[in-house]
Ligand binder design. Structure first.
Ligand code: TXA
Ligand code: MG
Length: 329
């Protein structure tokens, strides 16, 4: 693995892009301070350039290489980073001039996180510079949670994929921006729900869901109505029994638990059933498997995928967010 880490860092230093494992999803990394390298990320992903990238640092103190943390938020940033870093929390902060506009899509802010994945961190340390890395999928598609999924998405477009096994979280990081408030706890705008939940953040500030304003540039394209989408239409019903199958068509069910697969649509047989949490009915397992299962159903040659909603508490908020966007046209 040392060899692969060195090779990845050498490619990044030359301005190339490489796919790397993180604990959330696989990322497509480039030297965050090199705009030509960042441009290659947009090209490989076919990503519209209004969509800014997350900058990953190798250690907590490196946050200050890319972001300004003024006195009004210093304490809360310190608390958040010592509690959740390394890990799946991304902070949107005012950017340093060294960060190219292409990386932030011209925004005055930069999204920063410290990945907990040992391979990602080793590459970042070896490179000695921050790494800009969006999820390693083509724009709008399902984020890859294994090296083989990256290869399916981006084969032939990138020189190296490091296989670090399956991602341990399976969903992209939680993204927040921070506003200080005179005499009150800081305000966190939740730009993307993720593994660090509202409940996890509440001890440190007030959490508000960022408003989605149709027609305006998204704060986070994870906020675009249609995102994380399989090619096969994905349908969601509050009550799956409301789904009326058409004769002769093949449908797959994305259920929460294994035993819930029977009976929804009368006598209609599901061509495939994939349970998000077959083992224990826990949301963490469901989060971990969501993109993997969506990808499997997408490859099963179905006419449609019918998804069962999960309860919207804790991690369920992030899971439902991804399912709704996958279902949006
Ligand atoms: O878990 C993750 O965050 C993964 C791994 C690879 O680290 N990365 C990831 O990146 O999900 P990406 O590019 O697929 O999603 C990044 C999100 C986008 O929705 C983008 O709009 C938002 O972060 N973002 C980046 N910079 C921002 C900024 N300055 N203000 C608001 N949102 C920002
Ligand atoms: Mg993405």
């Amino acid at each position: 693995m040392k060899e692969a880490v060195r090779e990845a860092a050498a490619l990044l230093a030359r301005g190339e892009v490489v796919a790397l494992p993180t604990e959330t999803v696989y990322g497509l990394g480039a030297d965050a301070l090199n705009p030509e390298a960042a441009a290659k990320v947009f090209e490989a992903k076919e990503r519209p350039s209004f969509d800014p990238l997350i900058v990953h640092v190798a250690r907590k103190s490196d946050l200050h290489q890319v972001a300004e943390v003024d006195d009004s938020i210093r304490d809360v940033v310190e608390k958040l980073t010592s509690t959740f870093w390394p890990g799946p929390l991304t902070l949107v902060l005012p950017k340093k001039p060294e960060v190219p506009d292409l990386v932030t899509s011209g925004l005055p802010t930069v999204a920063v996180r410290l990945s907990a994945h040992p391979i990602f961190r080793a590459v970042c340390r070896e490179l000695g510079r921050p790494i800009a890395a969006p999820s390693a999928n083509r724009f709008g598609r399902i984020s890859p949670t294994s090296a083989s999924a990256v290869i399916k998405e981006l084969d032939g477009r990138i020189p190296l994929v490091i296989d670090g096994g399956a991602c341990s979280e399976g969903l992209e990081s939680t993204i927040i921006s921070i506003e200080s408030r005179e005499g009150k706890k800081p305000l966190f705008k939740l730009l993307r729900a993720g593994p660090v939940t509202k409940e996890d953040l509440q001890p440190f500030g007030r959490v508000e869901k960022a408003k989605e304003r149709p027609g305006e540039l998204p704060h986070a394209p994870g906020q675009l109505a249609s995102h994380y989408a399989p090619r096969t239409p994905l349908l969601m019903f509050d009550k799956p029994e409301d789904f009326i199958p058409e004769e002769g068509k093949r449908y797959g069910l994305l259920s929460y638990r294994e035993e819930e697969k029977d009976g929804y649509i009368g006598l209609h047989e599901w061509a495939v059933v994939e349970a998000l949490s077959p083992g224990n009915g826990k949301l963490a397992e469901a989060a971990l498997r969501l993109f993997f299962v969506m990808r499997q159903l997408d490859e099963a040659g179905l006419d449609a995928i019918v998804a069962e909603p999960v309860s919207e508490t804790g991690l369920g908020v992030a899971i439902m967010d991804r399912l709704r966007r996958a279902a949006a046209k």
